[in-house]
Design a protein around this ligand. Structure first.
Ligand code: URA
Length: 185
């Protein structure tokens, strides 16, 4: 079977390698299969579990606004999560759950081949740079490989809990746009 986003989706549905899979629906990433920019959140929430789509709840609405603020729509980018199932009561995913779900994210990255990966929040950032803190690194470009830059940004849900972060988020997206423009100039 050829590995595509569609076959990945089908394979994930039949997977049972994470304890969270027993009580929740699988949520793979979605978006432009040729996207240059890939956003990675933490884990699906209630709405995402119901719809089996990433970032379709309140945090997703803010993510849509942030994308629009730099002239992007969801169809321009690819959006996924570290963990593919909703943790009970939206608790933080454990290290074990993150590790169990990691192959799916790696396969998505291998298929999309993004130039810029945007971890949203500390769980996704920790996958790429375990020693960087989101507080210090947000809104700055971090070279991962010759062809991939990681550009961490606060998780949109953080601004839903702490309104003071909303301005930082919009500023980080403006920085991201400036970085992307500088790469094509
Ligand atoms: N928060 C996330 O990290 N991911 C989602 O898909 C929704 C909310």
């Amino acid at each position: 079977m050829e590995l595509t986003l569609d076959t990945l989706q089908e394979t994930l549905k039949a997977w049972n390698g994470c304890a969270l899979a027993n009580g929740a629906n699988p949520v793979l990433g979605e978006g432009n299969p040729h996207a240059e920019v890939m956003f990675i959140g933490e884990a699906p929430g209630k709405r995402e579990d119901e719809m089996q789509r990433p970032f379709v709840g309140q945090a997703g609405k803010l993510l849509d606004e942030l994308l629009a603020s730099i002239g992007f729509a969801r169809k321009d980018v690819y959006i996924s999560n570290v963990v593919k199932y909703r943790p009970p009561e939206n608790r933080d995913p454990t290290d074990e759950e993150k590790a169990q779900c990691m192959p799916w994210l790696m396969l998505e990255i291998a298929l999309i081949k993004p130039k810029v990966i945007v971890p949203l929040g500390r769980h996704a950032l920790g996958h790429f740079f375990s020693k960087l803190s989101i507080t210090n690194a947000h809104g700055t470009a971090q070279k991962l490989t010759d062809s991939i830059t990681v550009f961490p940004i606060y998780h949109p849900a953080a601004a839903l809990h702490n309104g003071g972060l909303r301005g930082d988020l919009f500023q980080d997206f403006a920085n991201l746009k400036a970085f992307l423009d500088s790469q094509t100039a």
